[in-house]
Design a protein around this ligand. Structure first.
Ligand code: GLY
Length: 262
């Protein structure tokens, strides 16, 4: 029996596993090997995450004989832009990626969204894997295949529904997350109780403070329940023609507030 949780997002031949647990980055090589077409990956990450988790990930990949290189971008939402997409694609082509090469998104939602979209368009589509390192990306954005970048007309207006081949949510990576980012993710956890899981509605009331203070067991449970809820909705309505819109609760308002206030 493994010491981490595993869920399946059921989408026929595009189904994939979501692994949730401690120290998964250190075990990433063995975990991702079965879904690689060739033992070669390009890691896309940012300047905040790279000093913390890039070296352990590379060590894990090397120990599984997976060739790897990396692209390190500035941290923040500004990387979800056409100019950074172009930079990433140019670097991938410069590195002579092939159809069997897999991209790994190592970071929060911005890195995940940009990497997923780059994977969707590079060489007309290559595989990618999500390794989300924020609570927000572990409970929401890394799962479900919404990828994309922002336009001057609004957030996430350029993109594709493009599913990852695997998601590794390493709970240990949340230990370095600033409390403001923990709270941002926690709001998404509470969302699932509101939209989809009445039994889960009380859970954040009882456990939220301890979770936010750093309890790893509660964090793992929150990510598991959130991802189970999200996987259930996405498998019913991948392209958001109905029930998936519930997952946007609070998002549209938040995007408007961000746009208005800068
Ligand atoms: N973040 C909302 C969705 O994935 O549908």
């Amino acid at each position: 029996m493994s010491d981490y949780d595993t869920l399946k997002l059921d989408l026929g031949e595009r189904s994939y596993q979501i692994h949730i647990g401690a120290d998964l980055i250190a075990r990433a090589g063995d975990l991702i090997s079965p879904v690689l077409q060739q033992p070669r990956v390009v890691i896309i990450t940012d300047e905040n995450v790279a000093p913390l988790y890039l070296a352990p990930l590379k060590t894990a990949l090397s120990s599984a004989d997976i060739r790897h290189s990396e692209i390190v971008l500035p941290a923040g939402e500004q990387t979800k832009s056409l100019s950074f997409l172009e930079q990433v694609i140019d670097q991938l082509l410069e590195q002579k990626i092939e159809r069997g090469t897999t991209l790994i998104a190592l970071g929060g939602g911005a890195i995940g969204d940009l990497t997923g979209f780059a994977a969707a368009v590079a060489l007309r589509g290559i595989n990618f894997i999500q390794i989300p390192t924020t609570l927000l990306s572990q409970v929401d954005s890394s799962v479900g295949g919404k990828t994309g970048i922002n336009s001057k007309y609004g957030k996430n207006l350029i993109g594709a529904f493009y599913q990852p081949r695997m998601v590794l949510a390493d709970i240990t990576s949340l230990e370095t997350l600033p409390i403001r980012e923990v709270l941002a993710g926690y709001a998404e956890v509470a969302k699932y109780g509101l939209i989809n899981d009445a039994a889960f509605f009380e859970w954040p009331e009882e456990n939220g403070a301890t979770l936010c203070q750093g309890d790893a067991g509660l964090r793992q449970r929150a990510v598991l329940i959130s991802c189970r809820s999200k996987a259930d909705i996405v498998s019913q309505d991948e392209r958001e023609s109905g029930v998936r819109a519930l997952l946007n609760l609070g998002h549209t308002f938040g995007h408007a507030l961000e746009a208005e206030t800068g």
